[in-house]
Design a protein around this ligand. Sequence first.
Ligand code: ZN
Length: 457
Amino acid sequence: MAQRKGWWKPEAPWPKRAEGGKLVAITGKVLIDGNGGAVLKNPVVVLEGRRIKAVGVKGGVQIPASAETIDASKYTLMPGMMDCHVHTGMFNCMTFHNHRVAQWEVMPQLQQMYALFHAQNCLDMGFTTLRDLGMNSSRGLFTQELCAVRDSINAGIVEGPRMLIGGFTTITGSHLDLIQPRAMPRSGFNNGDGPWELRKLARLNILWGCDIVKTCASGGGGTDKEEPDIRNMCQEEIDAIVDEAHAFHKPCAVHCFTVSGQRMALKAGADTIEHMVFSDDETIDMIREAGVAVTPTLAHRTDHAIELRRQLGTSPFVLNKLKKLQPHCYNTFQKMYTAGVNIAMGTDMGFEPHFGDNGWELEVYVGLGMTPMHAIQTATRNAAQALRLEHELGTIEAGKLADIVAVDGDPLADIRVIQERKNIALVLKEGRICVDRRPGKSKNVVQVAEWQKIDNL
Ligand SMILES: [Zn+2]
């Protein structure tokens, strides 16, 4: 089925807010604007309310007399970062000893509280936008709970990053179904088989408020007794899902490990491909030509992440599978980078690593040969393009939303500086200071180390 043309509506998927407001001038040491060009020394970014009004250098840009100033002159200014693939509803290694115990012990209501907490940890580290590609719970799909986390942040009643929520739309026994233990009773309408059931499931997720339809064309990595190269859907089914998403002006994100999965997704007109893993040159070329963004999710393929999984009670079968997938993931990433595929940063953060450590993904990219500037762009401009939000986000330019991070250090010299909490000196989301760790200030989104793991107690 050919991609439906003209399905996309450019309005941002969050409530409209008042424009105009307070004038603020931020002075920095250098500016990485997200466009990939030379850095600007002694930059000044002028904000008006939630938007950027002007960008220039000290002395070159007019600072209105009434503007309040924010002194970030020791820091690198860069756009608020975006992680295009997280699962905040998953049981994370920083909050649980054992994810299997958590799946049986924790009710969806508490799981939802953790989803908010996980999202807040990301904002605390400069990630102002998260694309959360969905979850399930012991009681069925988790779309409504995640949408409520997003909406409570949008309403301003709790602090958190901007969130876009994916709704699981998959077949019985798919990779996403197997995130839950096989023996766990499934209640409600969680999976669909055949085009009409899957259309209904997509419609239900959209009714509940999802921003993205998330589906799955192949097996995956982190689940028991499942080989990653199995097919999870037939062409007729994926065509129906993508068509239904587009009919409601929603994009469709497809988990694909296999070349045949990637081909099915492209044929159906999918909007982003998640993971990739296995590849061939011809399919990589097809992906580039189609302008489809890929989210590689490499941080959780590393040895460190596999070790965290071991500590979380993951079975030896899965650990061995993850180790076997590792070289394919790294190799495919390098081939995609060389070929010029639009790579949008995503961690697949869930079980591991710790929420807030999202910046680790960029270290993996640089380790595989990507330049630090391009790595930063995967989490800024490229990510905004992949989410079709480049008119609002992704770069520091006049007219865009003022999502800005001030970093103590030079991420172009050492990409690891963004991983240390003390280096994330300021985080602004839509012009509002969410984090301020400059000397003498201590505004944080979360309090470190005041929580404890509650499973296995
Ligand atoms: Zn995922």
